[in-house]
Structure formats: C-alpha cells, structure tokens
Design a protein around this ligand. Sequence first.
Ligand code: UTP
Length: 469
Amino acid sequence: MNVKDLLETIRAHGQAHVLAFWDGLDEAERGRLLGQLAALDFGLLDRLTKDLLAPDAAASKPPVLEPAPLIELPKTEAERDRFAEARAAGEAALRAGRVGCFLVAGGQGTRLGFDGPKGAYVIGPVTRRTIFQLHAEKILALRRRYGAKLPWVVMTSTANDAATRAFFEARGFFGLDPASVRFIVQENMPAVDRRGKLLLETRSSLALSPNGHGGSIKALHESGACAWLAEQGVDTLFYFQVDNVLVKIADPVFLGFHLQAGAEMSSKAVRKRDWREKVGVLGRVDGRLGVIEYSDLPEDLAKAANPDGSLRFAAGNIAIHLLDVGFVERLNAGGFRLPFHKAEKAVPCVGPDGRPVQLKPGEKNGVKFETFVFDALPRAKASVTLEVAREADFAPVKNAEGEDSPATARAYLVAEAAAWLEAAGRRVPRQPGGMPDLCLELSPLTSFDGQGLAGLTLPELKPGLKLAL
Ligand code: UTP
C-alpha cells in the first residue's frame, strides 16, 4: 500500500488523530509510524470495537456451563496402576524423541514490575538462579535422562525478544546446545481507548502490546517452528508459561494420558481451593470444552457441590497444556483466528497535546486485545484434563508481593525440595506449623522430580541451614 492509500485508510477508519503530530515529525519518525500503521488490520480493529467495546457488546445469551471430565488424582490401587501405565507411555514417547517443549514468555509482566524479561528474575531461594535457568536445567536434565533431543521453542514479543536472546547468550544457554533452542516472536496488537481510538505511546509511535498467549498458535506456524519440530520427529509439544516455577516440564504421566487418548490438546488442572478462588475452570461451554473465566462463572454455579460435597466446577486451569503439532498446523490452515478478549489496563500514552498522560494509581485508561491459548481447546478432536496437586505443579510469579509472588514461589520450591529429601529418607527440620525450618535449593540437574536423592552426601540438616544442592 502506498503512503497516500494508507493515509486514506486511516482516515476512513476514523483514526486520523494518530497523525496529529505529523508535521513536527522527522523522516525517521514518520517512517516508523507509517510502518506500524501499515501492519495494522483496520477491519479487525473496527470489528473488535463493535463486538467488544460497544455498550451492548456483552448482551448475548448466557451459555450453558458444565464441568469438564477430569482424570482425578489416583486413590485406588487400580488408579495408581493406570497412572503407572500412562507414565510408561509418556516415557516411551520421550525416549523416541517425539516430544518438544514450548515456553511462552512474551508477556509484559506488569504486575511483577521487574525491569526485564520475567524469566531473568532471580528466584533461587539460596543461589541467584533465575527462572529461565530453572526451566533450562529441567530440560537439560530431561534430555540426559531420556537421551532425547527435546527441542525447546521460546516465544517472546517485540518488547522483550532482544533482551531474552541476549540473556540466554550471556549465560551460554544454561548448558543447552543453542541449536536446540528456537526463539519465535509473537505479534502485537494496538491498544485503544474505550471508544476504540488508537492510543499513541509517543508522538510518533502507537501503543502496541503482545496479542496474548493465544498468539502462540499463529507464531508457532508462521515462524516455521512447527515445521522445525516436525523435521526432528516431534509430534507433541509441552506448553508452559514462564512464571510457573514448579512446572513439571514434559511430565511423562501427562504425556501418557494425552497420547493414549489420541488427544490434540490437553490440560493440567488443580482443584480450586474454594469457590471464591479467582481462577478459570476447565469446563464445557455450550457443550464444547474450554476454560470458563472466573468472572463468567455465576456465583450459584461456582458454589455448586457434588453429592460428596466437593465443588462441581473444581478444575482450576494452570496453563499447562500438551499440543499436537499437527493440530497447531490444522488450526492455522484457512485463516483460523482465536477470539479476542478485551482487557482494561493502564496504557502509557501521550494526550492531544503530545505530552505523556499522567495516570492516577490504578487508573485504567486503555483497552488491550488479547487471545488466550485455551480458546483452542474446543477445536481439539479429543482432549484430556488431568488433575495434579498444586504443590507439585503450580507456583506462579505474578505479583511483586503477597499472593503468587516471588516469596510464595520460593516457599513452594523449598517445600518441594524438603518433601523430596524426606521421601528419600532424610530428616528435614520443620517449624511448628509444618513449614521446613531451613532454606533449600535443589538444582534440577541434581533432581527434577525427586529421583536420585537417596545417595547424596549431605551435611546435617540443621534448623536455619541454607543449602544449595
Ligand atoms: P499473564 O497473563 O500472567 O501476563 O501471562 P504477564 O504479561 O506475564 O503479566 P501481567 O499480566 O502483565 O502482570 C501468563 C503467561 O503468558 C505469557 C506470559 O509471558 C506468561 O508466561 N504471555 C502473556 C505471552 O507469552 N504473551 C502475551 O501476550 C501474554
């Protein structure tokens, strides 16, 4: 599109205000702004404004909600045997080189407020181990145990791509072969005000932000990552998010259930703590599997109980999935797009006078459009939802303090290391409340699932000890 046509399009879609400072811009600034505008899908923006921002946008028929079928934690001997069979099937797939890892790390991490990619955050309770290092060492340990390639795709966004790659390079890819790690970049979406008008971050640039973790489905295809995985014989991808420090990467039990069911996309779930917990639940929406956001689950359903008193809608989504590579490719055929959701957020921007708008604390001046990976679930021909214990699989770093913060994540890491040492026959001092009375950090290279700890030579585990293993 030439510049004249582009300017015409911008005006025709009611977005001419983005050119308000045009006359004062130099050539480079004009080029940058035009480049950003040329990449926009104005038709899509119009549709989203109409569908998601118009006053009557929310007024559709309430969907019929039902719980998702769940493979619960094993209680009987027979169920434990089923889990052991699933583990064996998953381990066979790992050994056969059929599995790859997929980390989504394109988010902005605004709640944590850390200056850099979230994966560069130091999370080790004893050493300066970062979140990226923790994930990388789990993958390295898995590769060693199963003699598998286990290629790793890392999704970034334009805002953190260069910093993420530089971080991996500066740390020698944490011991992984750089050729076995592939970075892909997700797309951006423009932020708008509540009327759908584009926001300017500066006089010469749009306010853009990554298009949500659902952007991963398209990025996997467009970047050539799916083809790269398929060439290496990988047909199953373990999807995880950067902020979950407890994630059991490529968990063989999960892999086994997924593969035995011939599933195309599967999910792990933790039992909701209580009906109030603000977590999306895996369920059926008008008969189709998906995630029901907590804000969409009416209070009476959120409180509904089974005859044994347990919650009916209990399967809390923890954003751990398995994806069949062919399924991802099929989704991308024919221009499929995941639905967009709107999120009201504080968006740094300039006002009509070209000066930065001063936002009050907590003020949300803009709307971002995001897609969610779990919206691909209804498209899967078969799917498995597997219950896992929270303390085994889920400790996200979302907030700077309080719930889901570095402090809670570190406590979970210490608790896991302590439990594994006890299971291996060691005595771990505990506080009266049951918390470990020492600070432990276990390298995934020493053990990533509790195995291999029995033979370790350890100092006496005294109260207050700080120990990195
Ligand atoms: P969150 O929804 O928690 O967002 O992402 P965030 O960006 O990390 O944090 P806030 O909301 O700004 O505080 C969950 C996971 O999805 C990834 C994140 O990197 C994280 O691993 N994600 C999120 C993406 O990869 N891309 C996105 O556009 C959004």
